[in-house]
Every structure is written in C-alpha cells, then in structure tokens.
Design a protein around this ligand. Structure first.
Ligand code: CA
Length: 231
C-alpha cells in the first residue's frame, strides 16, 4: 500500500469557536492540526514545529498575521501560508500577498473550500522534479522513465541513479566519489570499480542518444552532447 504523509496544519485563530470548528473539519480530512490563539505563539510554533501549511488569521492578539508571515519569510521559509481575513477588504488581501502569504480566504468561508485550497497549496509547494534532457535522452525523475527519442530504455535502479546524477551535472566533470556519494546517501558500500561497471552499462544503453560519457582519466566522467542541439 502507498504510504501518504499526513498534512500537518498550524491553525492560528483567536476566535476559539471558529478555531475548534475549523480544526475539527481539517482533522476529519485526515490532517494533523495544531491550534494557537495569538501571533507570538504562532511565531514561536513556526520556528520549532514541522508543519506543512499555516492558516493564519490577520487580526490576532500580540503581533498580527501580517507580521507573523513577514518574520517567517525573513527567516527564509517557503512554508505555504493561507491568510484568513475578517472583511472582504482588498487592501488586506493585497498586503497579505505582498507580505508573502500564498492565498487567502474571507470569513465566513465554506469548509470544503478551505480544505481544497490547503491541499492545493501543499501540492504546489512540492512540485514534481523537472525533466532532464540532453541530446535525444530524456529522464523523467518523477515517473523514473528514461527515453531516447521517445523509446523507453531499461535501467537498473543504480544505473538510473548514476545517469540521473550525470544528467544533473551535464557538461561538467564529476568524480567517481561524487557519483558514489550521490547514489548512496545511506552509506551502503559501493566501490569505484562498481561505478565503472555502471557507467559502461549506461554507455551501451545510451549509444544512440547523441550524448557520450567521457572518461576523465584518474578522476571521473563528463556527460556531454555529441550532436548539435536541434534548432
Ligand atoms: Ca481574529
């Protein structure tokens, strides 16, 4: 079965009745919800807790929602934030988005809309990795699919990892040790000779792709195109 990570929501709302109601709805959708009721607690919680998204009321005791977002962004966090505004006030919305919030909802809002927007925010913050292309070779890291001019080529997990690393560093020299470190972050044993074996297998499989893995003697490899890029 596919394991799914639960969404962890920090809900910041000083209206306890609203906070309880929203928390119950979100939990009903399988989310983990922490509730705090003022801006200072929100600021602290965002520095110490791992959450996937924050729902922030603007009008709060202590520092307000705008300031909580401003501090969050000043710390370099890209955590998705949805603001709750009490009034349909264009200026509040503009200010919120300019401060670094990603979305907003005007109270009162419909529960399904809040749930849908939170899911969309979290989805957008985990974008699928970009496809890699060089010559006729295309790697789709999300689908783990390699194709040459549209034809699927079969790669073992380790061949895939080596090729993906070379593609990410195309036209740059990489050492065998860098390749080992990149493909085995969990510290499994792989020898330099094994890397040579993977590379020679990959070479045979990508022979028709208009790219080549050049050997940099005594050091490592460089993947580069051998045919001019198509205009
Ligand atoms: Ca409030």
């Amino acid at each position: 079965m596919k394991t799914e990570h639960k969404m962890h929501v920090l809900l910041v709302e000083d209206d306890m009745v609203l906070a309880d109601g929203v928390a119950r709805i979100l939990r009903g959708h399988g989310m983990v919800v922490d509730v705090v009721t003022n801006g200072d607690d929100a600021d602290r919680a965002l520095q110490s807790r791992e959450v996937s998204v924050a729902v922030l009321d603007i009008g709060l005791p202590g520092i307000d929602g705008f300031e909580v977002v401003r501090r969050l962004r000043a710390r370099g966090s890209s955590l998705p934030v949805l603001l709750l505004t009490a009034r349909d006030d264009v200026q509040d919305r503009v200010r919120g988005l300019e401060t670094g919030a990603d979305d907003y909802l005007v109270k009162p809002f419909a529960a399904p809309e809040l749930v849908a927007r939170l899911k969309a925010l979290v989805r957008r913050s985990n974008p699928r990795p970009a496809e890699l292309q060089l010559g006729g070779l295309q790697l789709d890291p999300f689908a783990r699919r390699a194709t040459i001019d549209g034809q699927i080529i079969e790669l073992s997990a380790r061949e895939w990892a080596v090729l993906e690393y070379l593609m990410q560093h195309a036209s740059r020299v990489v050492s065998k040790q860098q390749i080992i470190d990149a493909i085995l972050p969990w510290g499994e044993e792989v020898t330099l000779n094994a890397v040579e074996v993977y590379v020679s297998r990959i070479r045979a499989k990508i022979a028709q792709a208009g790219i080549a893995i050049k050997t940099i003697r005594g050091f490592g490899y460089m993947l580069e195109p051998t045919r001019p890029a198509q205009e």
